[in-house]
Design a protein around this ligand. Sequence first.
Ligand code: ATP
Length: 349
Amino acid sequence: MTATSRVCVIPGDGAAPEAMEASLRVLHCLELPINWDFMPAGKDLLSQRVEEQEQLFKDRIDAADTVLFGASDGTSPGTKYMRWGKLTFANVRPIRWQPGFNSPLKEPEEIDYIIVRENLEDMYVGIMGDAKDLLNAGLSDGRSRLPKHAVDGKFAAKIITQPGTEQVAKFACELASQRSGRLTVSAKTNMLPATDRWFCEIAKEVSQDYPGVHFEEFIVDDMAHRLVVKPEELDVLLLPNLYGDILSDLGAGTIGGLGLAPSGCYGNDFAYFESAHGTAPDIADMGIINPTATLLSAAMMLRYLNLAEAANRLETAIAEVYLAGSDLTPDQGGDADTETFTDAVIGAL
Ligand code: ATP
């Protein structure tokens, strides 16, 4: 990484640009060795041709060391390229409660784990179609449980591969080695032996190369229950793509909501950072979006850029604002707007 990094900022759609604008106000106060490259928000792109937009975003992403991303509802391009084009195979979603976070749980104090979600495969490969094509191809044998009327149905394929699972399992094992060493893996192993059982078996085999890592496995429905009743037992939780997507929102809910959950997507030579939440269209233009998830994602980005001291300062300032509790946004039970909360973080810096 060069001494001065280049960060491409993609504000995104819905309410996401408001969280991004607030976050950038905070980041500018840190006087970082970063050259910022600002892309337009989705609403300002509507007049351009889609192919032109995609090329523009691709070029600017390629020119950057990393990307700070709002959320996209499909209007802002870039997500597909950053995931499948840049092969960012590990989506890292820390779930950590902090004093002042508006958790619905009675005792959230010990919630501190990281979800590692496989980011490229599973049901996100985009292979969908008419069920009759599967039947005609002879893909349904005597073991399937297809109802008779399935011929009129649709299907979506779930693809799990050995190299894809190995690389994300290694990533999760390395992360677990740096933490307590506890690696939990979960999928629907009982119903889906071909994909989900296999995912867990490959992960278990990979974990055997890490003597300090203790492997454990739960069926994903049990896992959903555990995230609520025993979250303190988790440290690193590895999940296939779809379950990772769903359970990370559940995890965010346990600490106080989507406004608090950051995320980073890592590949071998590229990473980008975005909040775990979507575009929050229901609160767009209201000035009340909570920028904490975007700010904490920015802290993850600063660590990726070897700016750990700045990341620590940022996280400490956020923690102070939550501890004080007087300038929190409505999702956290407060009555501050985005600007007031952001001013408080800047004050704490
Ligand atoms: P998308 O289709 O882009 O995923 P969505 O509405 O389905 O959007 P989210 O954007 O994740 O999903 O929002 C789910 C709910 O959580 C919404 O009610 C939204 O307002 C709320 N929410 C999400 N992020 C935040 C935030 N940062 N601050 C406050 N509320 C938020």
